[in-house]
Write a protein that binds this ligand. Structure first.
Ligand code: HAM
Length: 415
């Protein structure tokens, strides 16, 4: 016998068995619901992008471009990358039709993204990422709107205000520090990278690295709130978002951010991490033409919010979309059972059926393994009487339901 293949998935990616897929679908439906309440419309694009999109100056996050992209050469010698994020793609799409679009433009998407990361809790090589972006506004209301949407996302997943905190930083503030202390571009990059990694370092490690810049630690104090952050916080307060605060060490990794940046943190000590984030990027569409179009948005991964829900018991129970399983008391009723199944399906009941290859007890076990809530038992007696036993597999209770009553019976259950 030849060596058998592994049933494991590729390193760092996930298989979605039906229960996992149902949870992902729930997460995506929640994202869509909130985004559409805010007046955002959905767009999409291919997973594949020309690699140059991520190498352009102004886009690059050195860690992502140099170490984390899945890049290959296609049969036509073109360098291709599996998208590690959506922002360069959406900037490309908006720039491509800039004159036809109306501003402020509100778009959202739910792409899968690929990053060659070291797989660990909350960090994967393929993940789903909700993106919301607003183009064509310099108003601080735009910053506030995206942060308010982030807040509503958390609420929609069942979070209360004390479960998370929204930390705002400012790239323009960072620029003013750079000016004041005459830092070189290289130093600004290093400073941004250091601040971005701060949460993952010990206090000693951070202080040691910080000392190299010769900047007083007081600039990291939360007293001197930059003007753009202060205004955004004020607007958020007026929109009912109270758990947002200034945190000077929130800078975010991408080079394209220019203004307010933010990250949402889990406050639970067992899951103390940044859940998602975003910020203002006023110049990204300049890659494609000479008229900059300001943008602001955020990206939110499925795995980080799943962990958040898991820690708090917020994951909804799995209910398969199948309402009933038609089991056969004996194999010879298969043709009549099939007719009944078709009748039910046409009337809107979601039904799976047995083909009579296994004993009734095994059919019930299989339905139960698949977590199908109800079984309709069909045998010669039932067909003769025109009434069936409907068993609730979770409780074991049974009802006798006339053929004509089956459709209203399942409609009333609202499964
Ligand atoms: P990002 O911080 O790289 O930003 O990713 C945003 C979120 O995507 C993360 O906070 C996390 O929830 C999820 N995520 C990122 N990488 C991974 C990974 N390897 N495994 C699991 N989840 C991950 C961006 O991508 C920006 N493009 C967001 C943005 C949109 N800014 C403006 N508009």
């Amino acid at each position: 016998m030849s060596k058998k293949l592994s049933t494991e998935s590729y390193k760092g990616v996930r298989d979605f068995y039906p229960k996992d897929q149902a949870l992902l679908n729930y997460i995506i439906a929640t994202w869509r619901g909130v985004a559409e309440k805010f007046g955002y419309v959905e767009y999409g694009a291919s997973i594949l992008e020309p690699s140059e999109l991520y190498k352009a100056k102004g886009v690059e996050n050195e860690e992502i471009v140099n170490e984390q992209t899945y890049t290959f050469t296609d049969r036509g010698e073109r360098e291709v990358t599996l998208r590690p994020e959506m922002t360069p793609t959406v900037a490309r799409m908006v720039a491509g039709k800039r004159r036809e679009l109306g501003y402020p433009l509100r778009w959202y998407s739910v792409p899968n993204c690929f990053r060659y990361e070291r797989p660990q809790r909350g960090r994967l090589r393929e993940f789903w990422q909700f993106n919301a972006d607003l183009f064509g506004s310099r108003s601080p209301m735009a910053d506030a709107e995206l942060i308010a949407m982030s807040y509503e996302m958390m609420k929609a997943f069942g979070a209360s205000d004390s479960d998370f905190v929204i930390k705002l930083g400012s790239r323009s503030y960072l620029d003013s520090i750079a000016n004041q202390y005459t830092l070189s571009q290289e130093q600004v990059k290093a400073l941004t990278a250091l601040l971005d990694k701060r949460a993952k370092m010990s206090a000693e490690e951070f202080d040691k690295a910080w000392a190299m810049f010769n900047i007083p630690a007081s600039v990291l104090g939360a007293d001197a709130v930059p003007a753009d952050v202060a205004e955004t916080l004020r607007l958020l307060g007026s929109m009912g978002v109270a758990n947002a605060q200034f945190d000077p060490s929130v800078v975010r990794g991408f080079a394209y951010y220019t203004g307010v940046v933010f990250e949402v943190f889990d406050t639970n000590p067992d899951n103390n991490r940044a859940l998602f984030g975003g910020g203002r990027y006023d110049n990204l569409t300049e890659l494609f033409d000479n008229e900059p179009l300001p943008g602001i948005g955020f990206g939110m991964g499925d795995e980080t919010i799943r962990l958040f829900m898991e820690v708090r018991g917020l994951i909804p129970p799995y209910i398969p979309p199948v309402q009933a399983y038609v089991a056969l008391a004996s194999a010879e009723v298969l043709p009549e059972a099939t007719q009944l199944v078709q009748e039910l399906r046409r009337a809107g009941v979601a039904v799976a059926q047995d083909f009579g290859e296994r004993k009734l007890g095994d059919q019930l076990k299989a339905a139960s393994k698949q977590q199908i809530p109800y079984v309709i038992i069909v045998g010669p007696d039932e067909l003769m009487a025109g009434a069936f036993t409907v068993r609730n597999l979770a409780t074991g209770t049974e009802d006798h339901v006339g053929r004509e009553q089956l459709v209203p019976y399942f409609a009333a259950l609202k499964l």
